[in-house]
Write a protein that binds this ligand. Structure first.
Ligand code: ATP
Ligand code: MG
Length: 431
């Protein structure tokens, strides 16, 4: 019997949810300003949707999938990332049609699932906020989308992040580079880690991404993909850097950066945090261009650009920087009621206040006046309404401004007909 949460998952408790809401709300507002709309796709997909796009030899597909056969014997997987499902949806719903804006821009937020070894900043159910842009080849799309990611961190008050970019070029680039890389690596084959040995022939670019120390030394002197860019790919990359310069956005170029997903072409980028906050996981946001993915899925050739960021990692940085999270931690009114007989009336009063558009709470535990006032204080109530048996009989209610301690008696009826008036009068007495 195991009544604990599964390994690598978290409960997001009410003490933490204001931070989540702040991050999500910031994204919604900012992405809205950039004219992105929200898309929500299912939490699970047919496995081909993922294996086809992310790549059969990628870690995600070979090791990290949460897949299963459902009762109808369909091979299903929980989604490990957002891009493939959205590309599937883009084609299935014909979002490339003439009635839709071009480029077509969407954002998403939600849980992703990967069977990984849980550690700091690495979970089995984690959350991503991400965006996709379909239909623009313009390098301005690459730059604007990266700028939006940086704006997002800026709005959260997070500083000291680094933008790192590279280009993986087009098919022509990849073919030329792949051969050069194999030629360079083969003499080291016996020294490479087991994973890299396998990757050398399956997908040599991935060897550049190895976390193994010995591999890293070997890879350090490997040929650089930037020296193999085709004419077109070089032009695209030059435009990207020129536009980053034009916006005065600082960036670094890392020619060994390849990313873990197979579908990227041209620009790829990561936003990294160097402080110890994230432990060994320093990437908080990652993405790039994927100009062939939609065609590979059977859609009309359509270029794409997107990124995904790990919300848990964003929150770890926010916490470490002690960023101020805006929260509402007061309520407009608290209803203190005394004696059994006032129970129904207290219910009516608290509901009337809420229906008038104010936040309100009351006592449910039949506690003494002192304890109820303590609750009102703790909830930072602006007004406390007190209803005892004698008030009920007289058809009145006492209203106290907790800041000024002024107390006024109102006809109970006024709470029902015009709580607005009570609130305005009593709040004014605070000045
Ligand atoms: P990593 O190299 O850290 O495994 P990745 O290349 O697998 O990252 P992507 O698939 O590009 O990552 O996902 C984008 C972002 O999602 C990452 O930069 C990270 O912030 C977050 N992320 C990825 N996997 C996890 C995980 N298991 N737990 C928490 N966050 C994650
Ligand atoms: Mg990974």
């Amino acid at each position: 019997m195991n009544y604990q949460r599964p390994k690598g998952t978290n409960d997001i408790l009410p003490t933490d949810s204001p931070k989540w809401q702040f991050v999500e709300e910031t994204a919604r507002l900012l992405f809205g300003d950039y004219q992105f709309s929200e898309i929500r796709t299912p939490m699970f997909e047919h496995i081909e949707v993922i294996s086809r796009s992310v790549g059969d030899t990628s870690d995600i597909v070979t090791k990290e999938m949460y897949d299963f056969h459902d009762k109808g014997d369909r091979h299903i997987t929980l989604r490990p990332e957002g891009t493939a499902p959205i590309v599937r949806s883009f084609i299935e719903n014909k979002l490339y049609g003439p009635e839709f804006p071009k480029p077509y821009k969407v954002y998403y937020m939600g849980p992703m699932f990967r069977y990984e070894r849980p550690q700091k900043g690495r979970l089995r159910q984690f959350h991503q906020i991400g965006v996709e842009v379909f239909g623009s080849k313009n390098p301005a799309t690459d730059v604007e989308t990266m700028a939006m990611a940086l704006d997002f961190f800026d709005q959260l008050g997070i500083k000291g992040l680094r933008l790192v970019i590279n280009s993986l070029g087009d098919q022509e680039t990849r073919q030329a580079y792949r051969q050069a890389l194999i030629d360079y690596l083969v003499p080291f084959e016996e020294e490479l880690s087991a994973d890299s040995k396998r990757r050398l022939h399956e997908n040599p670019l991935r060897v550049l991404d190895s976390k193994d120390k010995k591999d890293k030394v070997i890879v350090a002197d490997a040929p650089q993909i930037l020296d193999y860019l085709s004419e077109e790919a070089r032009h695209h990359f030059e435009q990207v850097t020129a536009m980053l310069d034009a916006l005065e956005i600082k960036y670094e170029i890392d020619s060994n950066m390849v990313r873990g997903l197979d579908y990227y072409t041209h620009t790829i980028f990561e936003i990294m945090c160097d402080s110890k906050t994230l432990g060994t996981q320093s990437t908080v946001c990652a993405g790039g261009r994927y100009d062939n993915l939609i065609e590979e899925f059977g859609g009309e050739p359509t270029p794409g650009f997107g990124f995904g960021m790990g919300v848990e990692r964003v929150l770890m940085i926010l916490d470490a920087e002690g960023a101020a999270i805006p929260t509402v931690d007061t309520i407009d009114a608290y209803v203190v009621h005394l004696g059994e007989e006032t129970n129904i009336e207290a219910l009516k009063v608290v509901q009337a206040i809420r229906q008038a558009g104010y936040s309100a709470d009351r006592d449910y535990m039949g506690r003494k006046a002192k304890a109820q006032f303590k609750s009102a204080d703790k909830a930072k109530a602006k007004l406390v309404l007190t209803l005892g048996e004698s008030e009920l009989e007289a058809g009145v209610i006492k209203v106290k401004n907790m800041a000024t301690r002024t107390e006024v008696e109102y006809a109970l009826e006024t709470v029902y007909t015009d709580f607005n008036q009570i609130f305005d009068e009593m709040s004014q007495s605070a000045e």
